[in-house]
Design a protein around this ligand. Structure first.
Ligand code: ATP
Ligand code: MG
Length: 446
């Protein structure tokens, strides 16, 4: 593959003299236009026929060059959102700060974005807050501006499906061949403009198995605390991309190594740093299972991942409340409130997920109690499956639960009669005490 990409930055390819713009013609690259979604090609055709520039850009070009399946096809153009909208009947302008257009084809949505530049005021200065975060990022720009404001060199490749030409402004092809994650421009400046780029650098390194270029790597740990400037809703979205895209374990290991995890989940991170016996295992095992589920097209939910991520803190806090004399269920409820309350200002987990997390945690207690008709009631609970999976996960990470997971696995497999036997047998350790039968008193003793 290295050889194949190597061909892309063949020195013979044309280079514009005033910038680093390299154009690769059809014989110089092996991108196959047939691999591009036909709706994206159609949009580009229509835009170009109307004298606009238009390209597919970003993740899809990168992934196709690496023989991976692109998640989606994004289009960049010099047409304004209004101009794009006029050309496509089924399209909608979305976003307030920076408008983009969604063009709909059946159930598929394609995003069309107008070339952007880093916004500058009249003095030519980029508009930023005191911390360096870009406060306005909504100016239209040229193709070159658009490439320079992207995050990574490998994400700034543009493909013209009509002319079958590939455009590289930031040596992205060279970095692809060298398997390198490199921030465009000055890394410290680009991270402070948008600290979420710290997470993006790590995410793509993990996803692609690339190394982070030393200049892009150096500021990461030092700047980790600038993630505090990213809004909590955006941070929640970013954590989903980090942990729910099929390579969560690799992402976590890099996040932990570069101290970014300390910003994302400080409560868990503290326990890991303190050498908690199962905290790190819990996160790693939960993400290993999640990666496997994603690979086999099974459903994954942020509720389960966050339940696992925060479990070591919940368990520890609940134990403290129990020591203070609270009954187990109330201690668990108080711990859940406290731990979720500390996490929400960092990643605002929507309520539907925090409710599910609380239920999964509460059921860790109810699933222990299986006598009478408790087991048959628990199995009917809509949250049973997640709570049962959570028990298996806890056992996988080294918690000792007295064979609780196996018991529930078997309980789900057997007949109703056998279920009753299983419940009865729970008591065989301490055989049920029979009340001594009272003898009818003889009238003689009266
Ligand atoms: P994925 O396969 O995860 O979708 P992607 O590269 O397409 O990868 P997106 O988040 O969909 O990532 O973003 C699309 C493109 O927008 C990126 O390739 C990059 O060029 C640009 N981009 C996204 N986020 C940023 C950012 N924070 N700063 C600069 N450029 C960004
Ligand atoms: Mg994308």
């Amino acid at each position: 593959m290295l050889k194949r990409i190597g061909k892309f930055f063949d020195r013979s390819s044309s280079k514009n003299n005033d910038d680093n713009h390299r154009v690769l013609h059809p014989h110089e690259h092996s991108l196959n236009p047939k691999k591009i979604c036909k709706h994206a090609c159609e949009i580009i055709r229509v835009l170009q026929r109307n004298n606009f520039e238009a390209y597919v850009v970003g993740g899809c070009v990168r992934d196709l060059l690496l023989d991976l399946n692109p998640k989606d096809f994004d289009i960049a153009t010099n047409a304004t959102p209004q101009q794009v909208k006029r050309l496509f009947r089924r399209s909608r302008i979305i976003g307030r700060r920076f408008q983009i257009v969604h063009v709909q084809f059946g159930r598929e949505l394609i995003e069309v974005t107008t070339f952007r530049s880093n916004n500058t005021n009249q003095n030519g200065k980029v508009q930023q807050s005191a911390s360096g975060v870009l406060t306005r990022d909504n100016m239209f720009g040229s193709l070159l501006d658009d490439a320079s404001r992207r995050d990574l060199s490998i994400n700034a490749l543009y493909y013209d499906t009509e002319k079958n030409t590939l455009h590289d402004f930031c040596d992205g092809l060279e970095d692809l061949a060298k398997r390198k994650i490199r921030i465009i421009g000055n890394p410290a400046t680009r991270y402070s403009e948008d600290p979420a780029r710290l997470l993006r650098a790590v995410r793509f390194a993990a996803k692609l198995g690339f190394h982070i270029d030393s200049k892009s790597l150096k500021p990461i740990t030092k700047m980790a605390d600038s993630l505090q400037h990213v809004s909590a809703p955006r941070m929640f979205d970013e954590t989903l991309k980090l942990f729910m895209s099929g390579y969560g374990l690799a992402v976590f290991q890099l996040l932990y190594e570069y101290r970014l995890f300390a910003q994302l989940a400080p409560q868990t991170n503290r326990l890991i740093d303190q050498g908690h016996p199962t905290a790190k295992n819990m996160v790693e095992q939960a993400l290993t299972n999640t990666d496997l589920r994603i690979r086999s097209n099974k459903r994954v939910t942020p509720a389960f991942i966050y339940a696992a991520l925060l479990w070591p803190s919940v368990q520890k806090t609940a134990a403290e409340y129990e020591r203070q004399g609270h009954p187990a269920a109330s201690a668990m409820g108080k711990a859940a409130n406290e731990v979720i309350g500390n996490q929400i200002p960092i990643t605002s987990i929507p309520r539907r997920f925090t409710m599910a997390m609380r239920e999964i945690w509460a059921m860790q207690l109810t699933l222990v109690k299986r006598d009478g008709n408790r087991a048959s009631r628990s199995i009917e609970n809509p949250r049973f499956r997640a709570a049962y999976d959570f028990i298996l996960l806890r056992e996988q990470t080294g918690e000792s639960l007295n064979g609780l997971g196996d018991w529930w696995t078997r309980y789900q497999d057997v007949s109703e009669d056998e279920r009753q036997n299983m419940v009865q047998k729970l008591n065989t350790g301490k055989p049920r005490k029979r009340r001594p039968r009272r003898r009818p008193q003889s009238s003689n003793n009266a």
